[in-house]
Write a protein of this length. Sequence first.
Length: 294
Amino acid sequence: MNGVESSEKKRRMNKELKRFLFSTLGALMVGFNIKTLVRAGGLFPGGFAGITILIQQIFQTYMDIAIPYTLIYIPLNLIPIYIGFKYLGKKFTLYSVYVIVLGSIMTDLFPTINVTGDVLLICIFGGIINGTAISLCLMVGASGGGTDFISIYFSEKKGIDAWNYIFLANVCILITAGILFGFDRALYSIIFQFCTTQIIQTLFKRYQKHTMLIITEHSQEVYEKIREVTHHDATLFRGIGCFEGVEREMLYSVVGSEEVDRLINAIKEIDPKAFINSFKTEQINGRFYKRPND
């Protein structure tokens, strides 16, 4: 029993260490990206970061006052942080606060570096870096704050993959920036934000779902594996295979997209001849197991 407890404690420690390291790396990437590519391109990255930079630009341009990034970004996140504590989990929110504070401080401390003068390259690679940084945090149970909290809240409570809706909201912010500072940078910023959104949807699949249809001669063993790997249930259908005219069993289940590859490999170990059809599910209603954020 002591060995089991020790192994479980070590697993939890490794998980927390990974969570801390990925959150730290994500925060550093965000700060570095803003002070290099985003600043060099004169971009507005969308979300609360974009609002912060927009406010900084307004004060700098119209009042000649330089306000530190930290003094704007952290207060803007107070309401999302409250949402996080109330609905998304305390540990998730605490790690997110760590990312918010560290990323803000690093944004103020990193020197401004002009990597390239090509704005299109800045948009593409800046968006990729930004999306990767956010995904690193999300994958270990943290976020960069702001609209991430809002998107996760709607995903948890409504079952909606909300990243594209967040993208549309960011477009409104960028239109405001375009009116004040010119639409060329605002339009380039839309490319930046689009790249960010696509990277997040590619790397972070927790709120995406797949339907799986599995024809197998070992339905009970496969069902037990589905329960073990995903904590989701399944429904057994019996029918007749048209080619051979014999009875077949098919399992139907909906699982998280990040679980599909692991589940397919596990099923193939049980039944190498299993026929598996997996396709993306746009929306589901009813009970669906959601892995806790904490």
